[in-house]
Design a binder for this molecule. Sequence first.
Ligand SMILES: C[S@@+](CC[C@H](N)C(=O)[O-])C[C@H]1O[C@@H](n2cnc3c(N)ncnc32)[C@H](O)[C@@H]1O
Length: 394
Amino acid sequence: MNYAFILGTHPGLSVAELLAVLGDNDVSWENERVLVKKNTEINAENLIGYLGGTLKIAEIEMEVPVNMPVPALAKKCAELLQTKAKRGEGKLIFGLSDQGVGGHFQVEKLGLTIKKELKSGEISSRLVTSREKELSSVVVGQNKLLSKGAELIFFRQGQTLIIARTLSIQAYKELSRRDFGRPVRDDHSGMLPPKLAQMMINFAGQISVDGLFLDPFCGSGTIINEAMLMGYTNLMGTDLSEKAIKDSRVNAEWLRELYGLEIRAKFHIKNATRLAQFLKPKSVDTIVSEPYLGPQRGLNDIAAAQVELAELYSKALDNFYNILKDDGRVVMVWPVFFGREFIEPQLDKWQVINLLPERFLNLPWLKLSERGTLLYHRDGQKVWRELIVLEKIN
Ligand SMILES: C[S@@+](CC[C@H](N)C(=O)[O-])C[C@H]1O[C@@H](n2cnc3c(N)ncnc32)[C@H](O)[C@@H]1O
């Protein structure tokens, strides 16, 4: 079957994640927010729970000429809704999202014409609309479009209009609960959004779930918790701070109870720059981590922070080289101050892995840093995050 993936706020990261999970075959990046993967089989409800960067997964149902007149298009959509929408007791509930059709396409007008078309077939319906051209996952969820109706998504591929039906949406309530509802939060050291933690774990590639998975700067344990939910069974978090280890334990226990998980992660107070004294050579399968990112407030001397962090990361990377298996990966966040001041740790023994294939690099909507890496940031943040994936040069 053919699927469309609606990408989140950092589409480059979302695409990198999808490629790491689904592979590169039959994949086309249609516009800033839509990736298509053809000829594959997925379990959309299951998969969306593991993808931090995807907002919706939809199945491609129809392809029609982009200039098809509205009445004819509405008829086709009404037929599709009649066969595929979930029906409750009452009205057929549906919503439409224009995910980059362009031209003269008017999603509201199409919606009303579909409603009339349904009515002429004696089907009463309710059209869910929003101020935006696309319905957010929240609107789709709150209106129960997936359990009691349907959402159709429209986008353009050359002269073809693609119509897809949403199968699953990002579990925004769950993600928010794991972020803001955990017992211990550490706003001082900072925490990764769980979505970004999921993406980073996926960047590590297809790894065995029982291989040793390590976060050596685990803070309050976001990465370990997300890895636990994603099915990894051999998890270890280490951190220099006693408080961080205590917090991680509390948060991990909370998550285990919340989801009824059997797995127990191990946590230890350890300095990441001395890990080789604690863990055996080549005993770790994967390292995923957001280290100390420098002072979050009062960032007066950027040059000094750059030097200090480059030194810390270089020492840590030396240790990672020692404890990581030869085919293992390191996925890290590095800070970029004000979106332009990078750090330069020693990478002599490491190869930097590009997560996006060459053919995507010149797409006009792709935003990369000036050194070609993928960045994550929110409005107003001074410290941006650079995503770095490394493999050992053996
Ligand atoms: C930005 S926080 C990590 C937050 C974590 N990703 C989370 O979401 O909870 C950085 C962590 O690095 C730890 N740290 C700083 N220097 C360290 C070192 N040399 N070895 C191990 N941990 C260190 C700090 O104690 C802090 O908990």
